[in-house]
Design a protein around this ligand. Structure first.
Ligand SMILES: Cc1cc2nc3c(=O)[nH]c(=O)nc-3n(C[C@H](O)[C@H](O)[C@H](O)COP(=O)(O)O)c2cc1C
Length: 235
């Protein structure tokens, strides 16, 4: 966990959930840039690195759907994610990032979503979520494929499905950013990967990645500007 204590706390808190394993690589750098934007907008920031935490996805205990507890939006599992889910109740902004692994986000971000999103969903046709108003949200994806391959690989459908379930939490902002054609290795000569052109990858890193960092900063800044707190339904 990293924390930014520089900024005075007026209640704005932007939390980054890092669903990638590599520190200082694409996903991490984009999330950090989003947090820099949020901090510049005046919000306090926190980052949680899911790969350093011990937790599972949803175990279908359905505590969060019981008649006594469904309105609390609370997961019953007690593990490293429990304090994160508690902190997220106070977040005004939430930025999540993941590399694409086998055409989806990493298992870690998926497990986080199963816990965070599912605890807040109500099984009702009239009320979608415990949250009448959720935190502002952003998702940052990084991937090997170039942007024009995204529809060919059905990644547009993948992102729509993520958008659909995150939207149920009523975020005032919900944005997705894709950083495509990322640099995967520092030295392509060391690896057997003939499908990649190392020079093209380096060019993409020099020419495209700075633009992605800028988009992440701007997203973080917008999330940092969200002032209104989350609202629990009927609370
Ligand atoms: C296990 C694994 C599976 C991957 N699967 C895909 C994939 O399906 N599509 C894709 O575009 N990139 C895939 N990649 C590449 C990563 O998404 C890409 O390199 C990403 O930018 C890595 O993020 P990082 O630099 O933050 O670690 C995969 C990488 C790994 C390690």
């Amino acid at each position: 966990m990293s924390q930014d204590d520089k900024v005075g706390d007026d209640g704005r808190l932007v939390v980054a959930i890092n669903g990638g394993p590599r520190k200082n690589w694409n996903t991490f750098l984009l999330l950090e840039e989003a947090l820099r934007g949020a901090s510049d907008a005046g919000a306090r920031t926190l980052r949680y690195d899911l790969f350093e935490m011990n937790f599972k996805g949803c175990v279908s205990c359905f505590y969060c759907k019981t008649k006594e507890n469904y309105h609390k939006g609370k997961c019953a599992q007690k593990d490293d994610l429990a304090p994160v889910l508690k902190t997220l109740k106070d977040a005004t902004g939430l930025v999540m990032g993941s590399p694409i692994y086998l055409s989806d986000v990493t298992g870690s971000l998926r497990n986080f979503w199963e816990r965070y999103v599912f605890q807040n969903i109500i099984y009702s046709n009239t009320e979608q979520s415990v949250l009448e108003r959720g935190p502002g949200m952003g998702v940052i994806y990084t991937m090997n494929i170039p942007e024009d391959m995204m529809p060919v690989m059905n990644y547009d459908i993948l992102l729509s499905s993520h958008f659909y379930f995150l939207e149920r939490l009523n975020p005032p902002i919900l944005e997705q950013i894709c950083s495509c054609d990322t640099l995967q290795f520092n030295d392509y000569d060391k690896y057997y990967a003939p499908m990649f052109n190392s020079e093209a990858k380096k060019r993409s890193r020099e020419l495209e990645f700075p633009g992605d960092l800028h988009k992440a900063y701007e997203l973080g800044f917008r999330l940092g500007q969200v002032k209104e707190k989350q609202r629990i339904r009927n609370a």
